[in-house]
Ligand binder design. Structure first.
Ligand SMILES: [Zn+2]
Length: 696
């Protein structure tokens, strides 16, 4: 859920912040360094992970900021980290999360001011957002403690709060405003017509505001209160340590605009760390949010959260680059130690599948940060990561761009597409042709075949021609007139459904004429998108439900992981026997919520087979609700424990098929709500000779 500030910042002085300046300085001071100027290339990790060896690797790949978790009130765990970081020119934020931890106990001990939801219910483990005592216990005391140290230690960048502080235990109450007695009394002050708290029970306050048309006024009041409290903490900290900043995560919650706006100053803008980018990476709607924050005069810089294992390493550099050159930077997140990502595979089982080797991860982020540095040093630099270094013939249009501009290879759902804020990169291959009949060719190193929706995006302008787009010689739609009186974003779209061979592809753009108003033959190519349209697995053998309390069933190996015997029966939830049954995936979707009971906090296994006439690489496309593990021919190839909805093709797993039938076993876990699975394969080979069947 997103909300906007409305007119709250009308009175604020609009302050244009130099792009890329997060912790002081401007664009010209952008190079990374211990002074912290320039975009954040951060990493979120535990104090215990910060060994000399890992910090060496992080410095070597060009990261500059550590967000080090420490949920205590003790600075001791940070001391060795700061020493090591200092020796390597890295900066450190003390990061902590609020999730019903000690700060709740401390806050409640003195001042049990509980959050009252809009329906009048009182939460037990969440404090009122305007509870200054709690803010002081949870946030202020720690910031002031750190400030004493930061005053003489420039390695300390600041303090980073995970503001799930309004989400004690599993209540995420910060999706609402608080209508407790004290909030209500404060709202009444200086306002006419508002009944006293004593005259209006808590459950009737929000309905009253709704009837009176005053909910926005109430929201504005709460938000201003949160900003006042956080700004007060920042003021006191800066009196001690003028260079100590604040950061918050996650960005995107109800007070997520207000908390960083309170903490941020013109000198030290507050990084707001997004988590809704973990899988998708950089998205253009983030840029729109940043522009809005800038317009509203908030000293906030958005950082893009990248959850390392969610993509193979080669897909991250462009996301990192866009994040650092267009918003405040990026930060890496992972649930297992980063030594596994950047140093060595220890062979211990992971809950998640990490694609790529440590060497590949190091080289991906080295590339990303080198490109960022080059761009910061030279605004005209055209990065190698973008499809912009194109010459007239046979230029490379890197398909690694594709996942960036299209978060999924699925056929886009028009609504989801719009909601996601289609991520135009805004950078084009500009090619000036001499006249009609001349063409430019781009190579697409996409090696998968089968039915695809092909979409090539072109920008228009006053000197743009009529363009015929072709893929491997086949027309991608009719000719497009890309003339426009002004330069446009890549709004011109050539689109067609084509059967592709499993070979590298070529996109050809030919000028076939021009609008009489157009002054030339300048083609601006933005990107090519290939959406796979192949069939989903139509049926499975399914066994379940097995218990999954608090995700523990996801981690536990139930009998189907040890033996695949379709005649077997095992104890499932509550000891009731479960056995394998053949089930249809209607329209490609295996609806486990409908097919199995009970269907909350459970797991099930789905078995299917895929035929390949020869050994060959393929890409398995998985959408599951919630998380899933996948075994191909008995080998675990994917593991993703996550609460999520079913988006087709959300996980892309590079696999190696063997000749003949390949066994695919999927374990799908369920929390609450929907539960199901979609699976298909982008095969390298002609479509006709591959097929699915449920049983062995
Ligand atoms: Zn309250």
């Amino acid at each position: 859920m997103r909300r906007t500030w409305g007119g709250l910042w009308v009175a604020a002085v609009a302050m244009a912040m130099a792009l890329g300046a997060v912790a002081g300085g401007g664009a010209r001071a952008a190079a990374a360094g211990p002074d912290g100027a320039g975009p954040v290339r951060g990493i979120y990790l535990g104090a215990g992970e910060c060994t000399d060896e890992l910090l060496d690797a992080l410095r070597d790949v060009g990261l500059n900021t550590l967000f080090v978790t420490n949920n205590t009130y003790d600075l001791a765990p940070l001391r060795p980290v700061v020493e090591r970081a200092k020796a390597r020119g890295l900066r450190v934020y003390w990061a902590m999360f609020f999730h019903g931890g000690p700060e709740i106990e401390r806050g409640f001990a003195d001042n049990p001011r509980r959050f009252v939801r809009q329906d009048g219910t009182v939460t037990q483990r969440t404090t009122c957002p305007l509870d200054e005592v709690y803010w002081e216990k949870a946030a202020g005391e720690r910031a002031l403690m750190l400030a004493q140290w930061a005053a003489t230690e420039p390695t300390i960048a600041g303090i980073a709060y995970d503001i799930e502080m309004y989400g004690g235990a599993s209540d995420y109450d910060w999706d609402q405003f608080c209508v407790c007695d004290r909030c209500w009394a404060a709202f009444r002050e200086g306002r006419s017509g508002v009944p006293a708290a004593s005259a209006l029970p808590a459950a009737e306050r929000w309905p009253w505001l709704t009837r009176a048309g005053r909910t926005e006024e109430y929201e504005a009041f709460q938000r201003a209160g949160v900003r006042r409290i956080t700004a007060d903490i920042a003021r006191r900290v800066h009196a001690i340590a003028p260079n100590m900043g604040f950061a918050i995560l996650p960005y995107g919650t109800i007070f997520a605009d207000d908390v960083p706006a309170g903490f941020g100053t013109a000198k030290l803008p507050c990084p707001a760390m997004r988590e809704d980018t973990y899988s998708a990476g950089y998205r253009m709607d983030v840029e729109a949010d940043q522009a809005r924050l800038d317009r509203e005069g908030a000293h906030v810089r958005i950082l893009i959260g990248l959850w390392a294992h969610k993509r193979p390493p080669e897909q991250w550099p462009l996301h990192a680059y866009l994040s650092a050159t267009r918003v405040g930077g990026y930060w890496l997140y992972e649930e297992f130690p980063f030594s596994r990502v950047f140093l060595r595979d220890t062979g211990e089982p992971l809950r998640f599948t990490l694609q790529g080797s440590p060497a590949e991860w190091r080289s991906a982020f080295t590339l990303a940060n080198q490109e960022i540095d080059r761009r910061l040093a030279d605004p005209d630099y055209r990065p190698a990561l973008m499809p912009t270094r194109l010459r007239r013939t046979d230029c490379a249009m890197d398909l690694s761009v594709m996942p960036l501009v299209a978060p999924t290879l699925a056929k886009p759902d028009p609504v989801a597409w719009a909601d996601d804020g289609f991520p135009w990169t805004g950078e084009y291959a500009r090619v000036e042709l001499r006249g009609p009949g001349e063409q430019v060719t781009f190579a697409l190193p996409h090696r998968y075949g089968g039915p695809h929706q092909v979409c090539v995006l072109l920008a228009g302008g006053p000197a743009s021609p009529i363009v015929q787009v072709r893929l491997d010689g086949k027309a991608v739609g009719p000719p497009l007139d890309t003339y426009s009186p002004r330069l446009t974003p890549a709004l011109f779209e050539a689109k067609a459904d084509l059967e592709l061979d499993a070979t590298p592809h070529r996109v050809t753009l030919e000028a076939v004429g021009k609008n009489p108003a157009s002054t030339g033959y300048v083609i601006r190519a933005e990107s090519a998108l290939l959406y796979y349209l192949g069939p989903f697995c139509p049926e499975y053998y399914v066994i379940g439900p097995f218990p999954n309390p608090e995700h523990r069933g996801f981690l536990e190996a139930y009998p189907p992981e040890r033996e695949l015997k379709l005649s077997a029966s095992y104890p499932g939830v509550d000891g009731k026997p479960v056995s394998w049954r053949r089930m249809e995936a209607t329209g490609g979707f295996l609806d486990l919520e409908k097919l199995l009971t009970p269907n909350e906090w459970t797991v099930a296994y789905a078995l299917t087979y895929y035929y390949s006439p020869r050994a060959r690489p393929a890409r398995l496309l998985l959408g599951s609700d919630d998380g899933a593990k996948v075994w191909l021919n008995g080998q675990l190839v994917w593991s993703e424990m996550e609460r999520r909805g079913n988006d087709a093709d959300r996980d892309r797993v590079e696999v190696q098929l063997q000749r003949g039938w390949n066994q695919i076993l999927v374990k799908v876990e369920q929390g609450e709500g929907g539960w199901g699975l979609r699976l298909r394969m982008t095969d390298v080979g002609p479509k006709a000779d591959s097929r699915w069947r449920a049983g062995p």
